[in-house]
Design a protein around this ligand. Structure first.
Ligand code: ASP
Length: 592
C-alpha cells in the first residue's frame, strides 16, 4: 500500500454524540469504518470511536468526489468525514444505538489510514478463539464490550481513590523491586547486575511494607497496586494482578471490615445503583463450613446443612454409626419440593458426590404418609423420621446426607449444594449477597512439606484466647483473619496483624521458621517492631475479580487490557522471550 499522507479536519463531535437536536448542523467525525453497505447509488457506512457509532451516507448527487472515495473504504480504515446531520427517513431509525435517530449526509471524506482486513470482526461478540484475539489484542480492545469493561475499571479506580481520600487514607507507593520473602506463592525474581549473584523479587503483595508504614505512623495507607505470583495458573488467575491494598493502625477487625464494606457498597451504588445493606452479615469459618460447606459460601442459594450425627449415632446402619463413632459427621440438607426427582437423577447426583470423594451419600424422600429411603431398613423407620424432622423436611421434600470425616463431609456437601442448585435452578439470580467469613484457622498442615503453613500469611494474629494453643495444638488456633465473599467468590482478604516481636517469633516457630531464618528473611520487620509498632490490621481486594463481577464477565482476562494466557505468556508481544547473550552476561547468568 502507498503511504497515506492526508491532513484532516479535526472532529467537532464524537461518534456517539449526535442526536436529532443536531439536525441541520455541519459536523466532522473522526474514527474507524465499522461497516459499509454499497447500495449502488448510495453508500452507507458506520463510523466508530470509543463513544459509539454514527451512520454516514454518501450520495453521488451531494458530492461525487466524496462518494467516489467512499467506494474505496474497507473495515477499520481510519477516516475523517464532514457533512450535515439529517433526520433518518421513516422506518430506518436504529433504536439499538443512541445516535440511531440521525444520519450524516457526507460531502467531504479523508482517508487517514488504511487497514488490512482484520482477522476477526470488531463486533460486540466474536466467535474467534481467544488465542487469536489475544494475539491481536489491539483489535480485540476496539470491541465495544472490552471498551466498556475498561471504562468500568477506570470508574472503579476513581471511586476507590475518592472514597479513601474522604476517609483520611494516604496513597503511598511501595517498591516493585524488593527482597525475596518466599512464603505462600513462588516469587518472580529479577537478577541484579550490580550485585553479582543477588536477586530482587517482585512483590507478591506489599504486605511487609504496609505494616512498616504503620510503624512509621501513617495510620491509614491505601494503594491500588500490582502484585506478582509465579504460580501454575489455575483457570482464572494471572501472574500479575491488581489489588486495592489497605492498612490501618489502632483498629480491630470490625474497623477494617467497616471501611472495606463501605467501599464495596459505594461501588455498587455508584456503578450499578444497587444498595448493599450494611453492616454485612458475618459468619465464622466454622459456621460457613457447617452450614454451607464452603469458606466462600454463595448465599444466593438458600440450602443450609443440619448435622444428624446425634440422631444416627447408635443406629443399625453401620456406615452412619461407625462414621460418628470414629469422630466423623453425618450431615445433610433438605431440598424443598424435590421429592419428585427420579431415581436416575438421584443416581447421577450420587455419582457426582462420589467423584468428589464423598464417603457415602444417602437420600430420603418425604411423602404425606412416610419417609422413604434406600437405607430405611438399616436405619429404622423411627430414626429416619427423626432424621427428616431434625432436617426440617416436609412432605414433598428430598433429603441428602453425607457421612465422612468433618472436612470431607462438609466439603462434599458444599459442592453438592451448589450442584443441586445448578441442576434445579435454585440461585436467586438477580441478588447480590456479600458477607464476611471470619476466624479462619491460623494454620493448615502441609503433608507435602511435613509442617504447618500459614493459612493467610505469617503476620496474621491469632485470636488472643487461642494463643496458649500455639505450642500444644496449633491446628486448633483461630486467626484474626477475614475474607469478604460476594456471591460465592472471595473478593478480599485480610487480618489483624501481630505487632509484638515475641508473638511473631512464636508463630514463626510453629511454621518451622527458626530464629536465624526469621532474622535472615524478616529481620527488617522484626527490627521495626522493636521501635513501637502500633496494633494494626488491613485487607486487600482482588481488583480484577471485583471488576469482572461488576461487569458481569466470566473471565478476568476480559477486564484486563493486556492479560496473559493460562501458561503465563503474552501472545501479542510474545513475552517471555529469550534475551541477548550480552544481557545475560551483564547479569552473570547462564542458561543451562
Ligand atoms: N497481603 C494480603 C494478601 O495479599 C492481604 C492482607 O492481609 O492485607 O492476601
Amino acid at each position: 500500500m502507498e503511504p497515506v499522507l492526508a491532513s484532516f479536519k479535526k472532529r467537532t463531535h464524537t461518534c456517539g454524540e449526535l442526536r436529532p437536536v443536531n439536525i441541520g448542523m455541519r459536523i466532522t467525525l473522526n474514527g474507524w469504518v465499522d461497516s459499509r453497505r454499497d447500495l449502488g447509488g448510495l453508500i452507507f457506512i458506520y463510523v466508530r470511536d470509543r463513544y459509539g457509532k454514527t451512520q454516514v451516507v454518501f450520495n453521488p448527487q451531494t458530492s461525487p468526489e466524496a462518494h467516489d472515495r467512499a467506494r474505496e473504504l474497507r473495515s477499520e480504515y481510519v477516516i475523517s468525514v464532514t457533512g450535515v446531520v439529517t433526520s433518518r427517513p421513516e422506518g430506518t431509525v436504529n433504536a439499538s444505538i443512541p445516535s440511531g435517530g440521525i444520519d450524516v449526509a457526507a460531502d467531504e471524506l479523508t482517508v487517514l489510514n488504511r487497514a488490512e482486513t482484520p482477522p476477526f470482526p470488531i463486533d460486540e461478540s466474536v466467535e474467534a478463539n481467544e488465542d487469536l484475539r489475544l494475539r491481536y489484542r489491539f483489535l480485540d480492545l476496539r470491541r465495544p464490550v472490552l471498551q466498556r469493561n475498561l471504562l468500568l475499571r477506570h470508574r472503579v479506580y476513581q471511586i476507590t481513590h475518592r472514597y479513601f481520600d474522604e476517609n483520611d487514607f494516604i496513597e503511598i507507593e511501595t517498591p516493585v523491586l524488593m527482597r525475596s520473602t518466599p512464603e505462600g506463592a513462588r516469587d518472580y525474581l529479577v537478577p541484579s547486575r550490580i550485585h553479582h549473584g543477588k536477586f530482587y523479587a517482585l512483590p507478591q503483595s506489599p504486605q511487609t511494607y504496609k505494616q512498616i508504614l504503620m510503624v512509621s505512623g501513617f495510620d491509614r495507607y491505601v494503594q491500588i497496586v500490582k502484585c506478582f505470583r509465579d504460580e501454575d495458573i489455575r483457570a482464572d488467575r494471572q501472574p500479575e494482578f491488581t489489588q486495592i491494598d489497605l492498612e490501618m493502625s489502632f483498629v480491630d477487625e470490625l474497623d477494617v471490615q467497616r471501611v472495606a464494606e463501605g467501599l464495596l457498597a459505594r461501588i455498587f451504588k455508584e456503578l450499578l445503583g444497587v444498595e448493599l445493606e450494611l453492616p454485612l452479615p458475618r459468619l465464622t469459618y466454622m459456621q460457613a463450613m457447617e452450614w454451607y460447606g464452603s469458606d466462600k459460601p454463595d448465599l444466593r442459594v438458600g440450602l443450609k446443612f443440619t448435622s444428624v450425627s446425634e440422631v444416627v449415632r447408635d443406629s443399625g446402619f453401620r456406615l452412619f454409626a461407625e462414621t460418628v463413632r470414629d469422630g466423623g459427621v453425618v450431615a445433610g440438607f433438605t431440598v424443598p419440593g424435590a421429592a419428585s426427582m427420579s431415581r436416575s437423577q438421584l443416581e447421577s447426583l450420587v455419582d457426582y458426590a462420589k467423584s468428589l470423594g464423598a464417603g457415602g451419600l444417602v437420600d430420603f424422600k418425604c411423602t404425606e404418609k412416610a419417609v422413604g429411603s434406600p437405607v430405611a431398613q438399616c436405619l429404622g423407620a423411627e430414626r429416619l423420621e427423626k432424621t427428616a424432622s431434625t432436617m426440617n423436611a416436609h412432605p414433598g421434600d428430598l433429603g441428602v446426607l453425607v457421612a465422612d470425616s468433618w472436612q470431607k463431609a462438609y466439603t462434599a456437601l458444599g459442592n453438592l449444594r451448589l450442584e443441586v442448585a445448578r441442576r434445579l435452578h435454585l440461585f436467586d439470580e438477580g441478588a447480590t449477597r456479600a458477607l464476611w467469613v471470619t476466624e479462619f484457622p491460623m494454620f493448615e498442615y502441609s503433608a507435602q512439606e511435613a509442617r504447618h503453613v500459614a493459612m493467610h500469611h505469617p503476620f496474621t494474629s491469632p485470636l488472643p484466647e487461642d494463643t496458649p494453643l500455639l505450642e500444644s495444638d496449633p491446628g486448633k488456633v483461630r486467626a484474626r483473619a477475614y475474607d469478604l465473599v460476594l456471591n460465592g467468590t472471595e473478593i478480599a482478604g485480610g487480618s489483624i496483624r501481630i505487632h509484638d516481636g515475641t508473638l511473631q517469633r512464636a508463630v514463626f516457630r510453629v511454621l518451622g521458621i527458626g530464629e536465624e531464618e526469621a532474622v535472615r528473611k524478616f529481620g527488617f520487620l522484626l527490627n521495626a517492631f522493636r521501635f513501637g509498632a502500633p496494633p494494626h490490621g488491613g485487607v486487600a481486594f482482588g481488583f480484577d475479580r471485583l471488576v469482572m463481577l461488576l461487569a458481569g464477565m466470566k473471565s478476568i482476562r476480559d477486564v484486563i487490557a493486556f492479560p496473559k494466557t493460562a501458561n503465563a505468556s503474552s501472545l501479542m508481544d510474545d513475552a517471555p522471550s529469550t534475551v541477548d547473550e550480552i544481557q545475560l552476561r551483564e547479569l552473570h547468568i547462564r542458561v543451562v
